[in-house]
Design a protein around this ligand. Structure first.
Ligand SMILES: CC(C)(COP(=O)(O)OP(=O)(O)OC[C@H]1O[C@@H](n2cnc3c(N)ncnc32)[C@H](O)[C@@H]1OP(=O)(O)O)[C@@H](O)C(=O)NCCC(=O)NCCS
Length: 202
């Protein structure tokens, strides 16, 4: 990928999910998803996350999409009700790197949605955008998120932890990476998606 803006609008389908653009009609669902303790704990979202926060969030998402600086898509089953979100931002065209993030609404968790969405966006970022190294920043205490990263073929790097001020005091974020072409990375991701589809786990 070059310094070109990221594609908009975008819809990606696969792994049993459809990733689509947020719309103003999603406000109520967005607030219901983001106004939640685990989101407040593990992401930089404001808490409580009210309608005003939702409006600001959708506005910022739209600006980021129109300027082509980020990909920010609702995770859905079929293009309808939003169940979560997956993002790609911080593109470095020179290094062909970007950072990704994800969250899933509390009542939709443990169904493989985060793994499905992250795998799909990872594949798009490497295959279509031609990015070669994708990063996740994860608090080591966030076991759900580290499990998602691992299942999608990301691995923990030895980069120094990034200090953060969280709602429960100081914490730090580890850096995980997905390197396209690294033996095992793609195979691991495909194996996990396939095993999930057929009801087995590796
Ligand atoms: C992290 C998060 C996105 C996971 O979403 P999800 O759709 O439930 O994840 P998946 O169903 O794809 O789970 C994949 C694996 O993660 C692990 N996992 C998920 N939730 C877990 C939990 N609460 N505790 C331990 N492991 C967990 C499981 O190993 C699961 O595999 P399994 O199917 O064998 O159980 C969701 O918990 C969330 O939104 N958390 C708050 C926001 C957040 O932390 N975002 C990431 C910031 S870095």
């Amino acid at each position: 990928m070059t310094a070109n803006p990221l594609p908009h609008p975008l819809s990606l389908a696969g792994n049993g999910v459809v990733l689509r653009e947020w719309t103003p009609d999603d406000l109520e669902d967005l607030v219901a998803i983001l106004d939640e303790p685990d989101i407040a704990r593990w992401t930089p979202m404001p808490s409580p996350f009210d309608v005003e926060a939702g409006l600001a969030y959708l506005k910022r998402a739209r600006q980021g999409r129109l300027t082509g600086r980020r990909i920010q898509l609702a995770i859905t089953a079929d293009g309808g009700v939003p169940l979560g979100e997956v993002l790609l931002f911080g593109v470095d065209p020179g290094l062909r790197e970007a950072e990704l993030g994800y969250l899933v609404g509390a009542q939709y968790r443990r169904r493989g949605l985060a793994v499905a969405a992250l795998s799909l966006l990872t594949e798009y970022a490497c295959g279509t955008l031609r990015l070669s190294r994708l990063l996740l920043r994860i608090d080591p205490g966030n076991t759900a998120s580290t499990a998602v990263a691992r299942r999608c073929g990301y691995r923990l790097t030895g980069e120094p932890p990034i200090p953060q001020e969280g709602p429960y005091g100081p914490t730090s974020l580890d850096t995980w990476e997905y390197v396209e072409g690294l033996p095992g990375a793609r195979r691991e991701r495909l194996r996990n998606v396939a095993s999930r589809r057929y009801g087995r786990r590796t």
